[in-house]
Design a protein around this ligand. Structure first.
Ligand SMILES: [Fe+2]
Ligand SMILES: [Fe+2]
Length: 277
């Protein structure tokens, strides 16, 4: 049911064959409900990247450098994240019917969710993509730090490195488009803020809803349950979240001078600690 990965070429840093699946220490994660929910929901969202981002590649039509990279590397790597997390879930929590639950997720997701709303200009869209990659890079950094299981640690570190690299590409393209379009700092800030507000999106909500339905049969899932789960996840992630890295990645597209950067980074870091921890 999930998308087929067309292996890309030389830029690929790792493949599923590099993960020592046989070495997974199931007993370390078998009863960890939070981790099960977080990894399973992440696998659903990643493996569905092609659906909600199919308008992204069209948006950059005519810029072969960007569309080639998106099609041949970025998309392929995001789908591989989904495939790898799926395989981890299937080995670590074999009683969970990944395929069936994903089918239910996809059915609901594809009827209720529209394509991602893109920003008004290409430079702003690139700034928004930086926020998305900052979010995933931070999430997988935290997951790799908190994982009590060595193979999950290795896997999430690989994914984290990909997300950081994606950020760098989007940031490079952002600079090129910002120079061409002459976008001001206020406009960039608006795009960053707009995307930041959407980071805890509908895809994550629906993914968690379907995983929860399996782990808590017969129990209703609503925004109250969702908030409760989020609180438990935040508690788990908080101490491992790379606040400083996230703050720097968020501020970078604003291209502040060294003094302003020096003042803004710890302020944003504190804000992130309040929001995430
Ligand atoms: Fe990803
Ligand atoms: Fe990414």
């Amino acid at each position: 049911m999930s998308a087929t990965i067309r292996p890309s070429v030389s830029l690929q840093r790792w493949t599923l064959a590099d993960i020592p699946w046989h070495a997974i220490q199931r007993e370390r994660v078998a009863r960890d409900k939070e981790l099960f929910h977080m990894v399973s929901a992440a696998s659903f969202v990643e493996i569905t990247t092609h659906l909600y981002t199919r308008n992204l590649i069209e948006y950059f039509d005519g810029d072969a450098e960007v569309t080639d990279w998106l099609e041949q590397h970025w998309l392929h790597e995001e789908l591989q994240h989904g495939e790898a997390l799926k395989r981890y879930v299937q080995i670590a929590w074999p009683e969970f019917d990944w395929e069936r639950t994903y089918r239910d997720y996809l059915r609901e997701y594809s009827t209720c969710c529209k394509l991602e709303a893109l920003e008004a200009t290409r430079s702003m869209e690139m700034a928004a993509r930086c926020v998305v990659e900052m979010g995933t890079a931070s999430y997988y950094t935290a997951l790799s730090r908190l994982s009590p299981e060595p193979v999950l640690n290795v896997l999430t570190r690989h994914i984290r490195e990909d997300e950081v690299r994606h950020y760098k590409y989007f940031y490079g393209y952002f600079r090129r488009y910002r120079a061409a379009e002459g976008s001001g700092r206020t406009r960039v800030l608006q795009a960053l803020w707009h995307r930041l507000k959407m980071i805890d999106g509908e895809d994550a909500y629906i993914a968690l809803k379907h995983v929860y339905a399996v782990s808590h049969p017969g129990e209703p899932f609503d925004s109250r349950v969702y908030r409760k789960l989020q609180k438990r996840f935040r508690h788990l992630v908080g101490g491992h979240f790379p606040h400083q890295m996230s703050a720097k990645m968020l501020l970078k597209p604003l291209e502040l001078g060294p003094r302003a950067q020096h003042i803004a980074t710890p302020i944003l870091e504190t804000l992130l600690r309040r929001l995430v921890a």
